[in-house]
Write a protein that binds this ligand. Structure first.
Ligand code: MG
Length: 311
């Protein structure tokens, strides 16, 4: 490639810190989780995955979703979503009210899916149908996250055709958008071009979100690769918090501040105020009680570093 490729002018970021970010941390208090959602809501982020209605036994840090949600003072400028595993979760989310979308999920292959939810992909597709049924009754859209789309830590490489097949199945079940998860950071740019290229070609009108993990240092390169093949929406987690409790070593969601910082310097609009977001990263650090994996929260934005130099 001899020069810059065509990149989007604007990218939508869906913040997943309050859900994906916190799920493998020691549980925070209900009011702390609500405070985090409110702080993120004031940064300009257009979408926030706020809570998940999963089994509190399976994921203790996500217990009390209805209480957290009831306590949040919601911004009219933010589309909030809830992660739901099945009909029961969807019904709880609908009862809570105020969500723009429900997020269902399954793995691209059986290995990760069985570890995550104890079911085959086939059984999970049936759960997606149940979630769609509940969501339609409440006028909510359903987006489906396909985990381990760029490699499964148990089954190994996942062919692009398999990801396409699962995407087609969940769309046939009534989902309106698809998110591809690199749950354990097995993706690289060539795999992104391969999988996303096929989906864009075969499902050109389906909204497509990418959920990258920086487990092996490839998340930001994968963002660039995905933008090159037409992706304009990304998940990210403030501070780089999170990972799946069912995927050992899956730490490190792509950090929101790192993404906002890079895109901002590339002239790609996100609508997010980086300074406010960095303040939220500070809040997150104090809430979880340990350092963060994000880079910009440690180094500061590039212009701030330059201004501090005396030579
Ligand atoms: Mg994640």
């Amino acid at each position: 490639m001899a020069g810059p490729v065509t990149l989007p002018r604007r990218v939508t970021i869906r913040e997943v810190g309050p859900r994906d970010g916190l799920q493998s941390e020691a549980p925070l208090a209900v009011e702390e989780r609500a405070r985090l959602i409110e702080a993120l809501s004031a940064t300009g982020l257009p979408k926030i995955e706020a809570v998940s209605f999963v089994s509190p036994k399976a994921v203790p840090a996500m217990a009390g979703a209805a209480d957290v949600w009831a306590r949040v003072s919601r911004s009219p400028d933010v589309a909030y979503s809830a992660l739901v595993p099945n009909r029961r979760g969807a019904e709880e989310a609908v009862a809570g009210g105020g969500f723009a979308a429900l997020q269902a999920f399954l793995g691209a292959s059986d290995g990760y899916n069985r570890k995550n939810v104890g079911k085959s992909v086939e059984e999970s597709i049936s759960d997606v149908g149940d979630v769609v049924h509940v969501a339609r009754g409440a006028d909510l859209t359903v987006e489906v996250s396909i985990s381990a789309s760029f490699g499964d830590p148990y089954d190994g490489d996942v062919p692009a055709e398999r990801v396409l097949e699962v995407a087609e199945r969940v769309l046939a079940a009534g989902a309106e958008a698809v998110s591809l998860g690199d749950t354990t950071g097995m993706g690289t740019p060539s795999r992104v071009w391969d999988v996303v290229g096929l989906l864009r070609q075969r499902l050109p009108h389906v909204p497509l979100n990418m959920h990258f993990h920086d487990t092996r240092g490839t998340a930001m390169a994968n963002v660039l690769a995905a933008m090159e093949v037409g992706v304009t929406e990304f998940d990210a987690s403030v501070g780089g918090l999170g990972g799946s409790p069912f995927a050992p070593g899956a730490n490190g969601n792509l950090a929101t501040e790192d993404l906002v910082h890079m895109l901002g310097d590339m002239g790609i609009e996100t609508g997010v105020d980086l300074d406010k977001l960095l303040e939220v990263a500070g809040l997150v650090e104090s809430l979880v009680g340990h350092g963060l994996s994000s880079q910009v929260s440690k180094a500061g934005p590039r212009w701030r570093g330059a201004a501090g130099r005396s030579d």
